[in-house]
Design a protein around this ligand. Structure first.
Ligand code: RFL
Length: 411
């Protein structure tokens, strides 16, 4: 929490100085740090967890086309993107029937990559550290001070338990939904727009052959999906009641449900390494800045995983923030910093709408006990349009790629 001014200048605490303190070393924080280094702006990254924890955390799996081109424009694509290029198609399986839909928009340039989040994080971290970047793990009790002044201070306790203070020009709050950054903004400044989809997903990570392309399956048994998370690893999703107990989903029950819902009796099973149930929820905080604090990624917004936008939005915010700081430091232009929140939120709402549309369509089209048979009919009509209309497929591909006329990667 923000502290009173009297607590700021303790002579016993060694004081340092930098231009940007980045809180959190996830995709957002490490991207901000790398981009700032690329334009010669110094920064310090504070991460509360250990290096091993951060580099093993498995979540997202696709870097969208727009984000691939963003790294390319910064000259970082070869260093930070792992995985393999996407083949530009998604499979929808409706009651066992296969429909391939293009998720490549046909534009020239590098395309989306199937790149697990932990691989992106490992490579971003390696690039930053190889370039001499300052990244401090196990930073405890991080607190932000004087955010509305010209020179905020970030205090924390280092891995040896010593209190430290860093004065800076800007703070990048990249510490996720449960971090300290957003919690440091006084009550009443931010408006939270929250939505609970009333849907649960059992998510399972297993050592099994990944599918050739992302697979999303609709049936009366409920939604299921199968995605690649590396050459020998898969992530599966199974719709379930939001308050279900993951322990009730034994291995045989998981494999049987997947075979039924994916319409694939021969689906191979394998060791399950992670099993978790979460509620699908969406959340937007507006504005995404307070004084010299800028919220980046999950610290500002959560998108339901349908459509694979959460991590990609974090990368978008990071790009906008780094360019805005560069313009301020290099040219004294504070315009991009002042409009940071408005520009980010335009894309955030665009992606929220896409994710919400896809979430409703794929759940309503299957099990009609939730939304009712009328909504089931509407959702089936939307899928039919997607499978048969070139215009509908084109709009879908544009949203998947993250490319719209505003998605400029111009520097
Ligand atoms: P992160 O990744 O949560 O990183 C935040 C970092 O901040 C640290 N931290 C602190 N450090 C210092 N002091 C403190 N007080 C701190 N508090 C926290 C944390 O330890 C951590 O290292 O946020 P970031 O960087 O904004 O990145 C966001 C993405 O991680 C997130 O949007 C995605 O994982 C969402 N997501 C998906 N996104 C996609 O684009 N495609 C997907 O397919 C996809 N699948 C998913 C997902 C999220 C999931 N979860 C979390 C429910 C699948 C799942 C299961």
């Amino acid at each position: 929490m923000a502290a009173k001014d009297g607590e700021l200048t303790d002579p016993a605490i060694p004081a340092e100085s930098t231009t940007v303190v980045v809180i959190g070393a996830g995709p957002a924080g490490l991207t901000v740090a790398n981009l700032l280094r690329r334009c010669g702006v110094d920064c310090v990254v504070l991460e509360c967890r250990t290096q091993a924890y951060v580099t093993q955390r498995q979540r997202a799996g696709i870097v969208e086309t727009r984000a691939v081109r963003m790294f390319d424009a910064w000259g970082l694509a070869d260093r930070v993107l792992g995985g393999v290029p996407s083949d530009g198609t998604l499979e929808f399986r409706v009651d066992g029937e296969r429909h391939l839909v293009s998720d490549g928009d046909g534009s020239d340039g590098p395309q989306a990559r199937i790149c697990p989040q932990q691989v992106l994080v490992q490579k971003l971290m390696a690039a930053y550290l190889d370039d001499g970047g300052d990244l401090r793990f196990e930073a405890a009790d991080v607190s932000l001070h004087d955010l509305t002044g010209d020179r905020p201070t970030v205090r924390y306790r280092d891995a040896d338990g010593e209190l430290r203070a860093i004065a800076c020009a800007f703070v990048a709050g990249c510490d996720g939904d449960r971090g300290i950054s957003r919690a440091s903004v006084p009550d009443g400044v931010l408006t939270a727009h929250a939505f609970d989809h009333g849907i649960g997903w059992l998510t399972v990570l297993a050592d099994t052959p990944p599918p050739p392309r992302p697979l999303l399956a609709v049936s009366r048994h409920g939604y299921a999906a199968h995605f690649s998370r590396g050459p020998h690893t898969s992530r599966y999703y199974l719709q379930c009641p939001p308050d279900d107990d993951p322990k009730a989903w034994t291995d045989p029950r998981v494999w049987e449900a997947l075979r039924t819902r994916l319409g694939d009796p021969a689906l191979p099973s394998g060791p399950i390494t992670e099993r978790e149930i979460f509620r699908l929820r969406s959340l937007v905080h507006d504005p995404m800045q307070y004084g010299r604090l800028h919220l980046v990624g999950d610290a500002a917004h959560i998108v339901s995983p349908m459509g694979g936008k959460g991590m990609n939005l974090a990368l978008y915010d990071a790009d906008l923030f780094a360019r805005a700081v560069r313009d301020f430091v290099r040219d004294g232009d504070d315009g991009p910093l002042r409009t940071y929140s408005r520009r980010c939120l335009r894309r955030v709402w665009n992606d929220q709408e896409f994710s919400h549309w896809l979430t409703r369509t794929l759940h309503d089209a299957g099990d009609d006990t939730g939304a009712g048979s009328f909504h089931r009919g509407l959702a089936r009509a939307r899928l039919d349009r997607l499978f048969t209309s070139r215009a509908a497929d084109g709009a879908f591909a544009e949203l998947m790629a993250g490319l719209d006329p505003e998605a400029s990667t111009a520097h």
